[in-house]
Design a protein around this ligand. Structure first.
Ligand code: MSP
Length: 503
């Protein structure tokens, strides 16, 4: 089976921050997990380079939009290996191949009769690149997300006849309760639709930094049409000489933040319907990572609010895996939640260094000391078997729904179970008594096997440290497998601390 997962494409008006890393790592965990299941995976991320957010930032910095885009796209592209994202392609919407494909698709929308010329008048946020409906306007005509004054726009635009899709969109939601997750976001989008859809601008004539509208000289596409289409256009040119569209479209998952819900759950399916293209299967909207400011109140991290936590700094000190783990452990994927260096430090120490790191070092050290570094080839402890029984089904079932935090929780329950098991069995006591050699064999074997299985399931979350651990255990394979399925008998190696105390 094929599996196609995407992240939002990021505006190049500034450098990447933890919020961007978060969406990307979330999608990466799903991509890696599906590869472990033997699926044919395509994982896409990239940058959104046109439109007002970028044009205005370039103007402020006194460079051309293209110069700013090149500079910052390079920083986003460099972020990907740094956070260990296994993306198969990085799309830039300034790519001429993207442009051509956008023009083709939008021409179909036009040919199918869903575009018309009109006069737009209303409120517009240049940072969101969003024409706000009356209900979306904040106090004193401000943007509720960016807290800046909205512009009153009046311009001649081409319009997309969104209203024509009112019934079809409503039906889509009713027929597919899983189209948008979590449920709260589904409800939000559906009530937006039920509130009555108004036609939206499809082109802009006031700005030039965009993709030309083929049937309307002097107009460029409103950036959201250009941007959303990346998910579709990329497949046609991501791989030289091969069009991957048939192999991977429709996407299984669009992973997005809740700030861009309306675009992905309403505008996007309507655009695809208008062009006669199959719809994606599911949009999963995660929440915001919030940071405390000096006054103690929590804010969404964002470039414009200026309270950015630098993911590079965290990774330099503690490693990429620690950042990946923390973000999805601390904040339930789908909900908002606070992140801080304090809770990061706590989890690093108690969960990563102690619960997982120590368990691994102790287990390997004991196999070295008591069994010459070879895992006894005996059966696993029947007492542990029921505790591992549901793991495989639990994790795959949850990750099928992008429940990344819940799946991690199920895995961590087993890490904790293994820690209790060491204490219960006290191998160092068993080792003192020759008569208990069999019990010691079984205990060490069960610990090695338990560790192997948790490392395999944790692999998508922490690819680096689990690779080290699996190698040290003498079982480098990462495809999903169950407790007891490896026969034992393999030689293990010593392992330096997986999560050392930072300098
Ligand atoms: N370019 C548009 C998206 C187009 S998708 C076709 C855009 N870009 S953005 O650079 O502003 O990035 C938005 C995305 O970054 C959010 O949807 C979210 O996925 C992620 N995040 C940005 N800040 C975030 C937090 N503070 N917390 C979690 N994710 C955040 O909008």
């Amino acid at each position: 089976m094929s599996f196609y997962v995407t992240t939002p494409i990021y505006y190049v008006n500034a450098a990447p921050h933890l919020g961007h890393a978060y969406s990307t790592i979330g999608a990466d965990i799903l991509a890696r997990h599906m590869r472990q299941r033997g699926e044919e995976v395509f994982f896409l991320t990239g940058t959104d380079e046109h439109g007002e957010p970028v044009a205005q930032a370039a103007e402020r910095e006194g460079v051309t939009p293209k110069e700013l885009a090149d500079r910052n796209a390079a920083r986003f592209e460099a972020l990907m290996p740094r956070i260990n994202a296994s993306n198969d392609f990085f799309i830039r919407t300034s790519d001429p191949r993207h442009k051509r494909r956008v023009q083709d698709v939008m021409q179909k929308v036009y040919d199918n009769g869903y575009a018309y010329k009109g006069m737009y008048e209303g409120w517009y946020c240049p940072r969101c690149a969003d024409f706000k409906t009356e209900a979306e306007v904040g106090p004193d005509q401000t943007c509720p997300i960016h807290k800046i004054a909205l512009d009153r726009e009046q311009e001649e635009n081409w319009f997309f006849q969104l209203s024509a899709f009112q019934d079809r969109l409503e039906q889509l939601f009713v027929d597919n309760p899983g189209f948008v997750r979590p449920r709260q976001r589904y409800n939000e989008a559906l009530s937006f639709i039920r509130g009555g859809l108004q036609d939206i601008s499809l082109s802009r004539s006031k700005i030039t930094w965009g993709i030309d509208v083929p049937w309307a000289p002097g107009h460029v596409f409103y950036v959201w049409f250009d941007a959303l289409l990346n998910y579709y256009t990329a497949l046609s040119f991501a791989k030289d000489g091969t069009d991957l569209t048939d192999a991977f479209w429709p996407a299984n998952f669009h992973i997005i933040g809740k700030d861009i819900l309306k675009f992905h759950t309403i505008y996007w399916p309507a655009t695809l319907m208008a062009a006669g293209i199959e719809l994606p299967q599911q949009v999963f909207s995660h929440g915001y990572l919030l940071m405390r400011d000096a006054s103690g109140s929590e804010h969404k991290m964002s470039k414009s609010l200026g309270n950015v936590l630098d993911p590079f700094e965290v990774m330099d000190r503690f490693g990429t895996d620690a950042l990946r783990y923390y973000c999805f452990r601390e904040v339930s994927f789908g909900q908002d939640g606070g992140v801080s260096t304090v809770t990061f430090g706590e989890r690093y120490e108690s969960e990563l260094a102690n619960e997982l790191g120590n368990l691994a070092s102790r287990t390997l050290a004991m196999i070295g000391r008591y069994r010459d570094g070879v895992v006894p080839a005996v059966g696993v402890d029947p007492e542990l078997e029921p505790d591992f029984a549901g793991l495989h089904a639990d994790v795959t079932g949850l990750l099928d729904q992008a429940e990344i935090t819940q799946a991690l929780d199920r895995i961590w329950t087993r890490v904790r179970r293994l820690n209790r098991y060491v204490e219960e069995r006290a191998p160092w006591q068993l080792a003192k008594d020759e008569a208990k050699a069999d019990e010691l064999d079984r205990t060490l074997r069960s610990l090695a096997e338990g560790l192997r299985v948790v490392a395999v399931f944790l692999h998508p979350y922490m690819p680096e440290s689990t690779t080290k651990l699996l190698t040290a255990l003498g079982t480098p394979e990462t495809q999903l497998s169950d407790f007891g399925s490896h026969p034992g008998g393999q030689a293990v190696e010593k392992l330096p601390p997986l999560f050392p105390k930072p300098e």
